[in-house]
Design a protein around this ligand. Structure first.
Ligand code: ATP
Length: 445
């Protein structure tokens, strides 16, 4: 069932233009994906909702857009050049390569292959460490290289700008700095669609607090982010759960971490991590750069290096979760109907307008005028390239909440048929009230 669902989602993404394989006409590029015309719409909605919620609506968080390419010193200080590695092992039977931390432990050093289920003895098959950093050469010549790195998390751009933001905004703690942007990891285990990519996008907040308040804000952010997925993104509660990391699982910088996990087609996996990074990053950057990165609290008269709470979400994993959560394959009158029951404000289009008869000029004219009226305020499309059944099917598959059909009767009674994506119920609505009808049902956040 789950493998079948994954295959159906990937096929829908390609068929309808959500996601394509990267460099596809040259045979693709492992773990690299491109977002198509519908994919960018949905992805942008996710980012817009996050940005509005945390940057535009709050006075304790400001935005940032720092560069992807960063100096090697940044990642020496952050520990990524030394410690950002995955331990990988090859299955002696099927030869596939796996991350040791993702394998099922049978007992002692014995693990079970995720694919062929053969036992893998870690003593004998010696896992090897792979650094995940992607490197680029900033020099004009190959002989005299000047290496820089593509950031593996947007967070480091925030830490190196901490003093700039503090000085230019005159903000007091608690202060959050939020950023949406690309991150790069040379992931070696591949094959889970946009769940694990080499180039992906993150939505991160570094929330700087006093050490005493770190625990309180850590708990606040775990709850806040969990609720965000339910209320703002519309994911089903039963597909989400929290999982706290145990000591040996924690990243080198973290004091505590909770993952928000989603039930992906291949099982429960991380959607977002919320970490208490302590004062690790600011202290290390201060030490290596020899710049002052502490904070003076005028209320207490104390100077300290702030702790940071980091809710770090993946845009692509949220995108995938939306598709997986909304994907339905149901039986209607003996036929299979595939429908994406996306939260209406996330859908690539809010409405689609069709003329029932495209060779009837008056019908076409009315349909086009309704479309033009809607599209200034809501994302809408006009389609007349197929029969009504096919047009409905296409809109169901891309998650369009409402389809509006103009027929000959519309010319007499001034009404159109509006069909609801989920219930498939149809109602006649006055042409002058169509936009209002949609706006009442689709609340853009
Ligand atoms: P995993 O254990 O699955 O590799 P991680 O713990 O390394 O993930 P973090 O470093 O906590 O991930 O990154 C924060 C978020 O960034 C993740 O929750 C995820 O949503 C996203 N993310 C991380 N790596 C990738 C990737 N390779 N492709 C897509 N999204 C990613």
């Amino acid at each position: 069932m789950s493998q079948e669902k994954l295959t159906q989602i990937i096929s829908l993404c390609k068929r309808r233009g959500f996601i394509f394989a990267g460099s596809e006409i040259y045979g693709g590029l492992s773990s690299v994906w491109d977002y198509g015309p519908l994919g960018v719409r949905l992805k942008k909605r996710i980012k817009d909702i996050w940005w509005k919620e945390y940057v535009e609506k709050r006075s304790d968080i400001v935005g940032l857009d720092s560069s992807i390419i960063m100096r090697d010193q940044v990642f020496m200080a952050s520990g990524h050049l030394q410690g950002f590695t995955d331990s990988l092992v090859d299955c002696p039977n099927c030869k596939k390569r796996f991350r040791v931390d993702k394998l099922e432990n049978v007992k002692g050093n014995i693990y079970s292959c995720l694919d062929c289920k053969q036992e893998i003895d870690i003593e004998k098959n010696k896992p090897r460490k792979f650094n995940l950093m992607l490197k680029t050469n900033m020099s004009a010549t190959e002989d005299d290289p000047n290496y820089a790195y593509l950031r593996p998390e947007t967070a480091q751009g925030i830490f190196v700008n901490f003093a700039n933001v503090l000085n230019t905004t005159s903000k007091k703690l608690p202060l959050g700095i939020a950023q949406i942007g690309k991150a790069f990891r040379n992931e070696v285990t591949t094959g889970s669609f946009v769940f694990r990519m080499k180039e992906f996008e993150q939505m991160e907040i570094e929330y700087f607090v006093s050490p005493e308040e770190a625990k309180k804000f850590y708990e606040y952010w775990v709850e806040e982010r969990y609720n965000f997925y339910i209320k703002r993104i519309g994911l089903k509660k039963e597909n989400l759960k929290l999982r706290e990391h145990t000591g040996d699982e924690l990243a080198h910088y973290a004091k505590a971490c909770t993952d928000i996990e989603f039930k992906f087609p291949f099982g429960w996996s991380e959607l977002e991590g919320i970490a208490n990074r302590g004062d690790f990053d600011l202290s290390e950057h201060a030490r290596v750069s020899k710049k002052e990165l502490s904070y003076f609290d005028s209320a207490s008269g104390k100077r300290f290096v702030p702790y940071v709470i980091e809710p770090s979400a993946g845009v692509d994993r949220t995108f995938f979760a939306c598709l997986s959560d909304a994907f339905c394959s149901e039986e209607v009158k003996g036929k299979t109907r595939i429908v994406l029951k996306l939260k209406p404000d996330l859908a690539p289009y809010s409405a689609a307008v069709f003329p029932l008869l495209k060779n009837k000029p008056e019908v076409v004219k009315l349909a086009k005028s309704i479309f033009c009226d809607i599209k200034d305020e809501l994302p809408a499309l006009y389609a007349d390239t197929a029969g009504i059944g096919k047009l409905y099917r296409r809109q169901d598959e891309i998650g369009t909440p409402f389809c509006i059909t103009v027929d000959v009767e519309s010319l007499n009674d001034g009404k159109v048929t509006i069909r609801d994506r989920d219930s498939m119920e149809q109602e006649r609505v006055d042409t002058t009230k169509v936009k209002e009808f949609l706006k009442q049902r689709i609340k853009f956040y």
